[in-house]
Write a protein that binds this ligand. Structure first.
Ligand SMILES: Nc1ncnc2c1ncn2[C@@H]1O[C@H](COP(=O)(O)OP(=O)(O)OP(=O)(O)O)[C@@H](O)[C@H]1O
Ligand SMILES: [Mg+2]
Length: 356
């Protein structure tokens, strides 16, 4: 069942990240990211950003915490993962976690965020809807693509800082963020705005967004697979983020599969030392009909060799990732697909490995 949280308004965003309330550690004691309130989840396209962001939100909500999961790419990926209808531009409860923990989701609509923004600075009131009707908002966000990012990051940081009844509205905010190739520019867009608008409310707003993003309360995590391209993109992404002084969090290696064979068999398979006759004998010993065993042996031998090569490549990719010296978690490949049960399983994996 869905329930809307305290109404969201930009004007409630007045707490500072350094307040005692912020210092309340909303993650588990063993977490690498105890003081983090904004978790940004990026990674190469298709590696599992939306899935991992959702699992991380569930993990952080354990122990009765309230977490907001934010989508910025307007693709309704969260609705797909949680198997619900399209999300409105509103904060709606999307899942529960142990001890009355709650995950809310928000699909940020840049157009609605722009109206919020204009309202905040210029008190537009109903004039805002007139602008919308005229298509002015659509026009503005199309002409200035950077403006979209300003709005998306601005709205997210507003949720991070929002206070209800004297305490943070959300214990943590998790962003299903743009892919690695765009993440640095996306997170840095407000520093450009702050440079352009030298004084005034827009500069103040841009500065305050950058203060949240650059602070120790933010962590940018990168999701990868144990494959050459995503690993390279992760390594390059970490360097870019570090160059831009953005806070790198951890690496989440998604969709890992354990080796199917013991180490000794793997090394024999890799160097082509598994013979058809050896495999046939093994199959017969396991109770397979001798004729069937003979037929299956060549295919299985080849399969074993390919598997051994894959395991070896994964080992190399793991070792390349380890050079980053970042907290790293591995999540299993769920062969039945990612349903809600699967998300809770991934959430437990993230918690066990210190991400929540
Ligand atoms: N651990 C997993 N086990 C099995 N399938 C997974 C796992 N993680 C993700 N998937 C599947 O991989 C696909 C891509 O995942 P997801 O949509 O989360 O990636 P993404 O990085 O957000 O993609 P995009 O770049 O398109 O936004 C989905 O079909 C998802 O269900
Ligand atoms: Mg996605």
């Amino acid at each position: 069942m869905r329930a809307a949280p305290a109404p969201a308004t930009l004007t409630t965003a007045r707490a500072d990240c350094g307040s005692a309330d912020y210092a309340e550690n909303m993650a588990g004691e063993q977490s690498h990211f105890g003081g983090v309130r904004l978790h940004v989840v990026s990674g190469k396209g298709g590696t599992g950003k939306t899935t991992v962001a959702s699992a991380l939100a569930l993990a952080l909500a354990g122990g009765g915490r309230k977490v907001l999961l934010v989508e910025v790419e307007a693709r309704q990926g969260l609705a797909r993962v949680f198997d619900t209808g399209p999300l409105p531009y509103d904060e709606v409860k999307i899942a529960s976690a142990p001890a009355k923990g709650e995950v809310f989701a928000l699909a940020i609509d840049p157009e609605a965020a722009l109206l919020d923004y204009l309202d905040m600075f210029y008190n537009l009131g109903r004039a805002g809807s007139a602008l919308k009707k005229m298509g002015a908002v659509d026009f503005a966000t199309t002409v200035a693509p950077g403006l979209r990012d300003v709005l998306l990051t601005g709205k997210t940081c507003e949720a991070v800082r929002r206070v209800t009844g004297g305490k943070s509205t959300y214990d943590a905010v998790v962003m299903d963020a743009p892919p690695t190739g765009r993440i640095t520019q996306f997170l840095n867009v407000n520093s450009e705005v702050a440079g352009l608008a030298r004084v005034g409310p827009i500069k103040n707003q841009a500065d305050s967004v950058m203060r949240v993003i650059r602070s120790a309360h933010t962590a940018v995590h990168l999701v990868t697979l144990l494959e050459e391209m995503p690993v390279q993109e992760t390594i390059d992404g970490v360097l870019d983020l570090r160059d831009a002084s953005l806070p790198v969090g951890g690496v989440i290696v998604n969709q890992t599969q354990p080796p199917e064979l013991p180490e000794q068999a793997l090394s024999r398979a890799r160097i082509g030392k598994l013979t058809h006759s050896g495999v046939t004998a093994g199959l017969i010993a396991a109770g397979i009909d001798p004729n069937m065993a003979k037929k299956a042996a060549p295919g299985l031998t080849l399969e074993a060799q390919r598997h051994a090569e894959r395991v070896e490549l994964q080992k190399q990719e793991r070792s390349r990732l380890s050079t980053l010296a970042l907290p790293t978690a591995e999540l299993p490949y769920l062969s039945d697909g990612v349903d809600l049960g699967g998300l809770y399983e991934l959430a437990a994996g993230l918690k066990d490995q210190g991400f929540a």
